[in-house]
Design a protein around this ligand. Structure first.
Ligand SMILES: [Ca+2]
Ligand SMILES: [Ca+2]
Ligand SMILES: [Ca+2]
Ligand SMILES: [Ca+2]
Length: 184
């Protein structure tokens, strides 16, 4: 069973992913994310970077539909989304696999200068492209940069992503990965 806190965080994440705000996740929501990322990071359609952004988001979409779309309407409702995460959270190994894949991808996309860590500018761009406002992205960075050195390392990011999905601790920094969640 998802806790109240997990439910709030995942509902918030759902709303971030639901680009057109119609209450269902569809292929077009993910296509719009691809365009937002490409724009934020200045990748022209047809460039290798654009292709990699597209592959990453569309793979996420395919994985989500395969895992969550119980009524096979090619849309994922909030109820389906929560049920899928409920199952994934029970299965730690599977969850860790999903986490590693998503986190690696975000790190790679955000780390434009390729120095292995995400600067404030790099990570805030990725968060804005994911659907957070400027203020939310800034607050999220502040919380994720746990040692306050203006960089988020892979280790910091991965531990925050794990906490976002699984932690039931209201004080966990990772809760803030996708912005404020209290008014879910
Ligand atoms: Ca939608
Ligand atoms: Ca469905
Ligand atoms: Ca970097
Ligand atoms: Ca740091």
């Amino acid at each position: 069973m998802l806790s109240d806190l997990q439910r709030k965080k995942l509902s918030r994440y759902f709303r971030v992913l639901d680009t057109d705000g119609d209450g269902e996740l569809e292929r077009s929501d993910y296509e719009q994310r691809v365009e937002a990322f490409a724009k934020e990071f200045g990748c022209a359609p047809g460039s290798p970077r654009h292709a990699s952004i597209q592959r990453a988001w569309m793979d996420q979409w395919k994985g989500l539909v395969a895992a969550a779309d119980d009524d096979h309407d090619r849309k994922v409702s909030l109820a389906e989304f929560l049920a899928m995460h409920d199952e994934a959270i029970q299965d730690k190994e599977r969850l860790y696999g999903v986490l590693l894949a998503v986190s690696r991808w975000i790190m790679e996309a955000a780390d434009v200068d390729g120095n292995g860590v995400m600067s404030r500018i790099e990570l805030q761009k990725a968060l804005r492209a994911t659907g957070l406002s400027e203020a939310e992205a800034s607050e999220s960075f502040r919380r994720l940069d746990r040692d306050g050195n203006e960089k988020v390392t892979k280790a910091e990011f991965l531990s925050c992503a794990a906490a976002f999905y699984a932690s039931d601790d209201p004080a966990a920094a990772g809760n803030w990965l996708f912005g404020a969640f209290e008014d879910a």
